[in-house]
Design a protein. Structure first.
Length: 571
């Protein structure tokens, strides 16, 4: 039994070590947001799903947190409750971080604390108003007069709302008491996962209330998803502004995270596999330092990776070309493939299929990335031609697509691998038998009817089957006969045998069904099957199967007698 708790699975959280080699991107973003001539500034870090946006934000947070002159606020609007005032929640997170900094700095005066308190009071009121608008708590809110008494007239008169907030907030940040804080950086993650209302309210909070001197924002998101959400919101309000125009007014400088190149894909795969090494930081640093020196990855890491782990590097080198093409260098997809590989290998081992990582990976590439090839492999397995066809592909021969031949060139050769055991496991994990997996989609409804418990449903399916080509009926006959082998009850075997008999009105079809039935262990053939097989048609292939059962000592005695009885009617 495999120890699944020991699998080297990787969660979806970014590593605290820069496995993706994003240090240059992080440095560029930091340099941009800390420039004094770009104040305030909003930067967009753009990439599709799984492209490494959160990794960039977390690496940036680590760099900025080491500076004494910068306050960092990390927010995720996606986590806000839909009944929460998004603007108030985002602004409240910034004020809470400022309050923490002021408490640590005992030089902060009562005047600064009072300003901060007034700003926080505004947030409390807006949150209460949002709750009142979405619940039955309105009667418990303070009166308007009570609310107005909470504010002075700094911003042009008493105002129990966020109007005037920006002016007061700017005064707070520019006060002498906060002069040591050169910048407040708000890192906004997962905006592209949020509902349209949350997206727009978050951007409004940034633009209308927080965009003052000493403020910088880094918004990590899929720009297309954000623009789509903005477009839905603007459309509902009838505003003429386009989503792109709206976004461009808020995001001053966009950074696009590039997809991993083939070389970077190879590096990332290797580092993911080696992440459990104690010196992973040194290994990642070596990858960065030796990049572009013309050596293979294995040669570059020879001095820093233990000998017993170098197989991981060689596996990464073999997988990188084909995985890069099919994942477009997307880090999350690469990680998901490795997790699936480790799990599949462990499951295979627990069921007696001992596969080396590279052989398992090659089979998984066919299963996950080349579904047509994988379906062919299942078909070859069912027709006992698998080994020869795989050998042909790996020799680069035969009438196969370039994609299939490229897969065949992947190492290792699968000539000595237990392919049948793996394919049966893979099919079962997908909820299919091999027969179901290779059954064409167009035939599946009829196949379901032919294997139904209801006699009426089976008869209707047989009527539909008579309109099919012989090759299609042969496929159905193979499938239904294969189902008989898997059944252990009289009723099910009898029903399926009747369907086979109804299909076998042609010698070719009968021969196909007989081939499947011939694989059936004699001791599992139950009494009704011989009689049901020869009830409608008596093709020679099926007659021969019944003859073998009649004389097979492994076949139960009652079934042998039934076979003899069925053969009496053969003309």
């Amino acid at each position: 039994m495999s120890d699944f708790s020991a699998l080297p699975l990787r969660d979806d959280n970014p590593s605290r070590v820069d496995l993706l080699g994003f240090a240059d991107i992080v440095a560029a973003v930091e340099a941009t947001i800390t420039r004094q001539d770009l104040d305030p500034i909003t930067v967009g870090v753009n990439a599709p799903w799984g492209g490494g946006k959160t990794t960039v934000l977390q690496l940036l947070e680590m760099r900025l947190s080491a500076r004494e002159d910068v306050l960092v606020v990390y927010v995720s609007p996606w986590e806000y409750d839909r009944n929460t005032d998004t603007k108030a929640a985002l602004i409240g997170a910034v004020l809470e971080r400022l309050e923490t900094a002021i408490k640590k700095d005992q030089s902060g005066t009562d005047a600064v604390r009072e300003r901060l308190k007034k700003l926080r009071d505004r947030i409390k009121v807006t949150k209460a108003v949002k709750v009142a608008a979405t619940s039955a708590l309105t009667m418990s809110l303070p009166s308007l007069a009570d609310l107005m008494s909470m504010f002075d007239d700094e911003a042009g008169g008493a105002d129990p709302s966020l109007q005037g907030f920006r002016q007061q907030f700017g005064k707070l940040l520019s006060s002498e008491e906060l002069s040591e804080i050169k910048q407040v950086v708000v890192l906004v993650d997962d905006l592209d996962r949020s509902l349209p209302d949350t997206v727009v309210e978050s951007l409004e909070a940034i633009k209308l209330f927080l965009s003052v001197k000493k403020m910088a924002f880094v918004i990590a998101a899929d720009e297309d998803n954000v623009a789509r959400a903005i477009g839905q919101k603007l459309e509902s309000t009838g505003q003429p502004t386009t989503a792109r125009q709206y976004l461009e007014k808020i995001v001053h400088i966009p950074f696009r995270i590039p997809a991993l190149s083939r070389e970077r894909t190879e590096e990332y795969l290797a580092l993911l596999m080696l992440e459990d090494c104690d010196d992973i930081a040194a290994i990642a640093a070596c990858v960065t330092e030796t990049r572009g020196n013309g050596q293979s990855l294995a040669a570059r890491l020879e001095q820093v990776v233990p000998g017993k782990r170098r197989g991981d590097i060689h596996l990464a080198e073999r997988l990188a070309p084909i995985l890069h093409r099919h994942t477009q260098g997307n880090p999350r997809r690469l990680k998901r493939f490795l997790n699936a590989l480790w799990l599949r290998r462990a499951l295979a081992a627990s069921r007696g299929v001992d596969l080396e990582s590279d052989a398992c990976a090659k089979l998984m590439i066919a299963e996950l990335l080349h579904p047509d090839l994988f379906a062919q492999m299942l078909g070859w397995l069912a027709s006992a031609t698998l080994t020869n066809n795989i050998a042909e592909i790996e020799r680069g021969e035969g009438d196969h697509s370039e994609q299939t031949l490229e897969w065949g060139r992947l190492r290792p050769s699968l000539g000595e691998v237990k392919l049948s055991s793996y394919l049966l496991l893979a099919a079962s994990l997908r909820g299919d038998t091999v027969e179901e997996a290779v059954l064409p989609t167009a035939l599946r409804d009829i196949a379901d009817g032919l294997t139904a418990d209801s006699t009426t449903v089976r008869r209707n399916a047989l009527k539909k089957a008579t309109k099919l080509e012989v090759s299609e009926r042969s496929t159905l006959a193979r499938y239904v006969a294969g189902q008989i082998r898997q059944q252990r009850t009289l009723e099910r075997q009898k029903a399926l045998a009747e369907s086979v008999s109804g299909l076998a009105d042609d010698a070719t079809i009968a021969l196909t069904a007989a081939g499947e039935l011939g694989l059936m262990p004699g001791k599992t053939v139950l009494t009704p099957v011989p009689l049901a097989l020869l009830a409608k048609h008596q093709p020679e292939a099926l007659v021969e199967v019944v003859r073998r059962w009649a004389s097979d000592p492994e076949v139960p005695e009652r079934t042998r007698r039934a076979a003899v009885e069925a053969l009496k009617g053969v003309t």
